[in-house]
Design a protein. Structure first.
Length: 262
């Protein structure tokens, strides 16, 4: 289940329903990334089949959808162009790249840069850069993956920089579902981990987002001290004990995050 979105409020007179419906069609593929028929698109996007056909053909003509041999529509490769445009336009990602590369060489484990999604009211983080280790699950290697803030080491590290009132508001609006059997969904227990991250300057998470994974993260601050993202170092429980992983990698994560802060 995805986290609810709460984007900025705008003047209703400036809202274009046709554009919104086209985005609904694109976002329908988040729940079902496989090729879909027009009927399936209409149902997933909450529109009628006629609208799905018009929007589908428009997106097809612009390259944002592609047609399979069976006539179904799938996401187009043009989305990779827009991902590239975003990644090269983000100043933090540009500054972080050499630091992440050096960190990957030193740690020899997976290194992630996540962005704290203030546009989405801080309910989630989005992985912007992921430098793989020697063993990975497919989805765990993909940039653009979104995870709830409450369940990730980076999200909790970012939450630790916010006030108690802000944390409480975010947790109240979060969909507290387990990503793994070990994901902590009790709000009081999550608050304890956030308080621990405030004290330590980093957050350690064990199998919270991925089974078999241990991860440590430190938050990146802007000039006002607000969280904008986090540096993650992730390893395997088959190779690391919690104390050894914490001792080895927490200082690395904090140093990298500090170098990118301010």
């Amino acid at each position: 289940m995805s986290q609810p979105h709460r984007f900025p409020t705008i003047d209703d007179r400036l809202f274009l329903q046709s554009v919104s419906r086209a985005l609904d069609v694109i976002e329908a593929y988040a729940a079902s990334p496989r090729p879909m028929s027009l009927g399936e698109i209409a149902e997933a996007a909450g529109i009628n089949k006629s609208a799905a056909q018009r929007i589908g053909q428009t997106l097809l003509s612009r390259g944002y959808l592609e047609q399979t041999d069976t006539g179904r529509l799938k996401l187009g490769r043009l989305f990779l162009d827009r991902s590239f445009d975003y990644l090269r336009s983000n100043e933090l990602i540009e500054r972080a790249t050499p630091i992440l590369t050096d960190l990957r060489k030193a740690a020899e484990e997976r290194i992630d840069l996540s962005l704290f999604d203030a546009v989405n009211d801080n309910l989630s983080i989005v992985y912007a850069t992921r430098l793989q280790s020697k063993r990975e699950t497919f989805y765990a290697t993909l940039s653009g993956r979104r995870q709830p803030s409450f369940a990730t080491s980076g999200g909790r590290a970012c939450l630790a920089l916010l006030s108690d009132e802000e944390v409480e508001d975010i947790l109240e609006r979060s969909v507290m579902v387990r990503l793994t059997p070990r994901t902590e969904v009790d709000r009081a227990a999550v608050r304890e981990t956030i308080e621990e991250a405030r004290r330590d300057g980093y957050c350690l998470a064990v199998e919270q987002a991925l089974l078999g994974e241990i991860a440590v993260a430190a938050a990146i601050r802007d000039r006002e001290g607000r969280p904008v993202g986090a540096i993650h170092i992730a390893g395997s429980l088959s190779e690391w004990t919690e104390p050894d992983f914490r001792r080895r990698f927490a200082p690395m994560a904090m140093e990298a995050a500090g170098a990118l802060s301010g």
